[in-house]
Design a protein around this ligand. Structure first.
Ligand code: G3P
Ligand code: CA
Length: 302
């Protein structure tokens, strides 16, 4: 395991691998979207940590992937009567929604044991926790989850996000700080973020495989450059149609496909071989992976 001064890469002593983005942190080795996972990603030399955001009942941004708490915390045991029965896939399922819990309640939850007993007691971090920790340490790729759902509840995730970035001095030009980038699958939110931040904060449009038609030709890809600085396609979109990467680069868009993990390597022998193919042959700018330690420290071939 790589042990290093966390800021060393900024001083030129140790180069973080800017093309490696740790998906929900080092999520194959530590519980996703937690501080141990983010911290391990930096120790594995990732250049950036990706994470997800939801909003608590009292309006606090928290790092969580799901809109409900039961997969990655012990909410069932701590708040057994606070679940809601919802219709899903033809049946009724009990769910504990993030938006039904205050931050104080969520901070009582264990967000580590589900992954491995060694992580018992790990808490759900707030966006403020992450931004304070990341400063001078690593770049951050922030995914706004369900912005449309929150808007319908009268909560504007983007406004909360802007306030947090302002609190942490991330809206001023601070070239010594690694960047914060925002991303979302929700195009109206990406467009609004583009206007709101006027390029002070890069914004990326995520594209699901089912929406690959958004990238169907040079013109459609170029149009995205009108409101975003990058695209985040499901990896098979650009794996199957590598010309999209050229169109994106022509338009000035960065390309950061997802998600590289052992369970989905397809025809490749390893995650490292798949990452190598995408970075070197397909020509993407960076990759989002559960395994930031999979890519070797040596510079990739030119
Ligand atoms: O960064 C893109 C990727 O994180 C999107 O998928 O479901 O892991 O948030 P998901
Ligand atoms: Ca994500």
């Amino acid at each position: 395991m790589l042990e290093k001064d966390a800021t060393a890469h900024l001083n030129g002593k140790f180069m973080a691998r800017s093309e490696i983005i740790a998906h929900r942190g080092a999520s194959s080795s530590a519980p996703e979207n937690t501080m141990p996972s983010f911290d391990l990603a930096v120790r594995q030399n990732a250049g950036c940590v990706e994470h997800d955001l939801h909003v608590t009942q009292d309006g606090v941004l928290v790092c969580l992937h799901d809109r409900t708490l039961e997969r990655t915390t012990n909410v069932r045991e701590v708040f057994p009567r606070r679940g809601q029965d919802v219709r899903e896939g033809g049946g009724i399922v009990r769910r504990w929604f993030v938006h039904d819990f205050t931050l104080a309640e969520i901070q009582q939850l264990d967000a580590g044991s589900w992954f491995r007993p060694a992580f018992a007691g790990v808490r759900v971090p707030t966006f403020d926790d992450l931004l304070a920790w990341a400063r001078n340490r690593v770049a951050v790729l922030t995914e706004l989850k369900d912005p449309d759902l929150y808007l319908r509840r009268g909560v504007d995730l983007l406004t909360l996000c802007e306030a947090a970035l302002r609190r942490h001095g991330r809206l001023a030009a601070r070239p010594t700080d690694p960047a914060v980038t925002l991303q979302s699958f929700h195009e109206p939110t990406v467009r609004r973020a583009g206007e709101l931040f006027a390029r002070r904060v890069p914004v990326v449009l995520l594209v699901e495989p089912a929406d690959a038609a958004l990238l169907r030709d040079r013109e459609h890809v170029a149009a995205i450059a009108g409101f975003a600085s990058g695209i985040g396609p499901g990896k098979l979109i650009v794996g199957d149609q590598p010309q999209i990467v050229g169109w994106a680069h022509e338009a000035g868009l960065r390309v950061t496909p997802w998600t590289f993990r052992t369970a989905t390597i397809g025809r490749f022998d390893s995650v490292a071989a798949e990452i190598q193919h995408y970075l070197v042959e397909v020509g993407v700018d960076s990759v989002i992976t559960d395994h930031p330690d999979a890519w070797p420290d040596e510079p990739r071939p030119a």
